[in-house]
Design a protein around this ligand. Sequence first.
Ligand code: NAD
Ligand code: LMR
Length: 332
Amino acid sequence: MAKDPVRVLVTGAAGQIGYALVPMIARGVMLGADQPVILHMLDIPPAAEALNGVKMELVDAAFPLLKGVVATTDAVEACTGVNIAVMVGGFPRKEGMERKDVMSKNVSIYKAQASALEKHAAANCKVLVVANPANTNALILKEFAPSIPERNITCLTRLDHNRALGQISEKLNVQVSDVKNVIIWGNHSSTQYPDVNHATVNTPSGEKPVRELVKDDAWLTSEFISIVQQRGAAIIKARKLSSALSAASSACDHIRDWVLGTPEGTWVSMGVYSDGSYNVPAGLIYSFPVTCRSGEWKIVQGLSIDEFSRKKLDLTAEELTEEKALAYSCLS
Ligand code: NAD
Ligand code: LMR
């Protein structure tokens, strides 16, 4: 029997991530090839005409799974009945700007959209915040949507996770699908800590630790970390625009694994509400290694954290604590 359609909201749908993301959702990349979807697309009035153009293209593409499209500049209409909300709308970082520069522009947007989601989304709506500063926007959304369970509000660090997998695969000249269990700790910013201490590669002679195969500890503890931390800035420098296809694809990975589950023995990185695990301060949206089952994520427990890693985990937590204070100061 055919499944009922799932309503998926994409905010900022006329923007460049939106343009890459909505066809992926309509093709089943996010929720599976047997899951019909109804797309809700929100943007602001100056982008209304472009948004309508995206809607026209969705019709023209004749996606079999796409059962309806709502394209609107009204947040209430956009949020009504949605089961999944991918929050991409906002002001993007431009060359030379730090994430903090875009903070004040974005936190007020997230405060307003929190209320619309809280009042009008379907019960148990899952929220993924992509727009930067992603962790802090998600935190603001959580604070101003108190009736949405905190476990339902997450932010995107899967792009950083995928970037880390990509770098290891290039370094070792192995398939990216054979690399697993890297971790992104903390903020989606240049203080994030890409950690390979528990990562492995599937080789013809079994699973081997990344550290054993790379052999170059200096590369792993300096260049690798900074390449992943700075990859967003490198893309902006190269394209004069921030990453879009990789962000859209990673947003699909994030929701797919959350809803459909992570493969056995594999974890992924998600920005989630900290419960104090690994001595990360509670009350931040912080990227942890998680496994997902039956639509629920769970932080992977019991991983060893060496002294080098501890410092990195604390540094990015400090930045998030500062961002939280700055966000509140922008709202007052
Ligand atoms: P973009 O400027 O191309 O698109 C943003 C869209 O949001 C625009 O169409 C704009 O009109 C719309 N918008 C602005 N205010 C809005 C509001 N209040 N409600 C609804 N829509 C609104 O930007 P982009 O390149 O698509 O990037 C979007 C965001 O994603 C940026 O904040 C960017 O920094 C962030 N980003 C995050 C990651 C990540 O991994 N977390 C990766 C890449 C980009
Ligand atoms: C990215 O990681 O590509 C985005 O967050 C863009 C940015 O601002 O770095």
